[in-house]
Unconditional design. Structure first.
Lengths: 357, 329
């Protein structure tokens, strides 16, 4: 048996925890990496790790899926989007179900592929459903600029984009949530820099570490958080190397600002949060699917009993939701946290449902 | 109203449930109902349908996939592939030269195995009735006589060593890269006939079971083994042979290589005292150059597969549920 470095990781964390501590990983990519690398099995018992609201699919509201479904039902319309959005249930099934009934729903891996589809098939109206945070919004913006330049009149975007700092503001102000530290996503921070997070330590005393997604990077992030908590000096510290500059990526932000304006947006289970979403600016309205096509105006929410809102804010862990495992499973998800590969419910189900073997 | 989704065809839990419902339609069925049926006299037969988009991919094409696929289903049961029946369903307007290109590749695989084409069926259907070209193949052969009980998951025992003949997920990653237009230099499908690699293992009395890890990947095979024998399987992430191209595709698309399909890579269970010799035999063939012992069968955590991760954490390996969908970012 080769010599293991493993116990030292667990011991290292244990040495840094002096009192019961609650940390939250904000981003879904972190959630999955934490489960896939078995990091939870290494945590000392005083340390609780919660999953936060940073899974783009999970926070997509039912009304947004309903809008997508109504687009998919129009003849001549091709709906393109990222794969894991396809299984999210709306009022009347998911986009995957719609595809099974004959709707033209296609998976793309980038906004550019969606525009290419439109240029290749001028006889179709191609709509790109654009979910995601500051990581994907700049590329949607770039594609909209290109669509405008190429006068691609058969291309449009339904913006489901959301912003990370506004939801963290809501979380931090929630008296029912006692989080000591936040593990912040590297890729979002590459765009935003460190400044948008500074209110967290300054106003709420929350420790912040920006970290990458490899196992070692996450462990490094956790130790940094524990160190800040131990010394009682919360701050925003980037461990993502040179990729995160304190000021972020100004060019990507300019692109976003050129094309989008912040709007109040619905988050699954959290309600409408102020200035937390992105809508197309007036100049780009000709490429706004919400303008081009008739969409349901006041979509009725279905009462499913899904506790996504509490899961996304760390108030409930997935197994504490009354629907977890019965009837909500990855095969027939009730809520989006069970849908996305990055959702905390799906991750719990897949990697921890039957305990750690 | 229940409709089939692509998830029902992706080899995981949903497929398992659908196959069960299909089998229930038949009053008389065999008792083990595996991919490959072996008669009491040792003759074996298997069949499989093949469709892939794109039809040509780095490392193979639909024709090669079909011939290797059925031959491998026999090979892992210790049955030498000897005869092939082939059904061709082509769409009206399909390029004949392309059809023959696929079949020449299938022919080359058969030639190398001394497998003979003995029959088949050819249909051309109206445009739109199929997507280009579907191939179905049936392979038949004879079991290599062994003194021990027939190979299969039923022979797994606590303490057995689990071997993997090469990096996991090369075929699945290659197809995903092609489908989502990712350029990954050096990544090719592992599509290959396994008989020459696996046949030498049949001389080892401690050989328990072999499986080619097609749809659902290595993870699914391990889960099926653990569940069927009510035993646990523990694997070590660091012991897995890896392909850098597979890792980068998996990373980009948010997929787990453990669940990506292989078309020329097998999992082997063998008595621990013969594991070293089995590895030597596997590694002496080019297809098995990277073969490795990845884990053990255990009485702990019955029905479950556990993975010790690179950093020493432990987690469950569960069967994937539906269609593998790439994630957002």
């Amino acid at each position: 048996m080769p010599e293991r470095t493993a116990p030292s990781f667990g011991e290292m964390l244990a040495r840094l925890v002096s009192r019961p501590t609650i940390l939250m990983e904000v981003c879904g990519t972190h959630t999955v990496s934490i489960f896939r690398n078995g990091i939870r099995s290494l945590l000392p018992k005083e340390l609780t790790l919660l999953s936060g609201p940073g899974c783009p699919v999970c926070v997509t509201d039912q009304s947004e899926i309903d809008a997508a479904l109504s687009l998919a039902s129009l003849s001549g319309v091709t709906v393109t989007t990222f794969g894991d959005l396809l299984r999210v249930p709306g009022r009347d099934g998911s986009l995957l179900d719609a595809r099974g009934r004959g709707a033209d729903v296609r998976i793309v891996t980038s906004a550019f592929q969606a525009l290419e589809t439109a240029l290749r098939e001028p006889e179709r109206q191609v709509v790109f459903l654009a979910p995601g945070f500051e990581t994907t919004a700049p590329s949607t913006a770039a594609v909209l600029l290109e669509a405008a330049e190429k006068k691609a009149t058969n291309f449009s975007v339904l913006s489901l984009h959301k912003l990370v700092p506004p939801v963290l503001r809501v979380l931090a102000a929630d008296p029912n949530l006692a989080v000591d530290g936040l593990l912040l996503p590297g890729h979002v921070s590459v765009i935003l820099g460190e400044a948008p997070y500074s209110f967290l330590p300054e106003q709420h005393g929350i420790a912040c570490a920006i970290a990458g997604f490899e196992a070692e990077e996450i462990l490094l992030g956790l130790t940094e958080l524990l160190r800040q908590i131990r010394t009682n000096r919360p701050t925003v510290r980037s461990l993502y190397g040179k990729a995160v500059r304190p000021e972020g990526n100004a060019r990507a932000r300019e692109l976003m600002e050129r094309v989008f304006r912040p709007v109040d947006a619905p988050w699954r289970g959290l309600g409408v949060l102020p200035s937390s979403g992105l809508a197309l600016r007036e100049e780009f309205l000709p490429w706004d699917a919400a303008q081009r096509f008739p969409l349901p105006t006041t979509p009725a929410q279905v009462e499913t009993g899904c506790r996504c809102g509490d899961i996304l804010t760390g108030k409930l862990t997935p197994p504490e939701c009354p629907l977890f495992d019965n009837p909500c499973t990855p095969a027939s998800p009730v809520g989006p946290c069970m849908v996305s590969s990055e959702g905390s419910c799906a991750a719990h189900y897949r990697y921890a449902l039957r305990g750690t073997p | 109203m229940s409709r089939l989704t692509l998830g029902h065809g992706s080899g995981g839990r949903l497929t398992q449930q659908l196959v069960h419902r299909i089998a229930e339609c038949f009053p008389l069925t065999g008792h083990d109902m595996e991919d490959c049926a072996i008669a009491p006299d040792g003759s074996g037969a298997t069949m499989d349908g093949f469709t892939v988009t794109p039809r040509f991919f780095p490392g193979g094409n639909l024709g090669k996939l079909a011939a290797c696929g059925v031959a491998n289903d026999l090979a892992v049961r210790g049955v030498r592939p000897e005869q092939l029946l082939l059904s061709v369903i082509a769409e009206e307007g399909f390029d004949e030269e392309e059809l023959l290109a696929h079949l020449r590749n299938a022919g080359a695989v058969c030639d190398a195995l001394a497998m003979r084409l003995v029959g088949g069926d050819t249909k051309v259907v109206p445009r739109g009735a199929v997507d280009g070209l579907f191939l179905s193949a049936c392979a038949m052969g004879r079991e290599i006589p062994r003194r021990e009980e027939r190979l299969g998951a039923a022979r797994l025992q606590p303490g057995d060593t689990i071997l993997l003949t090469g990096p996991a997920g090369r075929h699945g990653a290659t197809i995903a890269a092609a489908r989502y237009e990712l350029d990954v230099p050096g990544l090719t499908s592992d599509c290959a006939a396994l008989w020459p690699l696996l046949a030498p293992l049949l001389s080892l009395p401690g050989l328990r079971a072999m499986r080619d890890c097609t749809r659902g990947g290595v993870g699914t095979v391990l889960c099926e083994w653990a569940e069927s024998r009510h035993l646990g399987i523990s694997v070590e992430e660091r012991a897995f042979p890896v392909d850098p191209g597979v890792l980068s595709v998996a990373d980009l698309l948010g997929l787990d290589p453990l669940y990506l399909a292989c078309e020329g890579t097998a999992v082997v269970a063998i008595a621990p005292e013969e594991a070293v010799e089995a590895l030597r035999l596997l590694r002496s063939h080019p297809l098995g150059a990277e073969a490795a012992a990845i884990g053990v069968v255990t009485e702990e955590h019955p029905n479950l597969v556990s993975l010790t991760t690179r950093i020493g954490g432990r987690r469950l390996v569960d069967m994937p549920v539906g269609e593998l969908l790439p994630r957002i970012c």
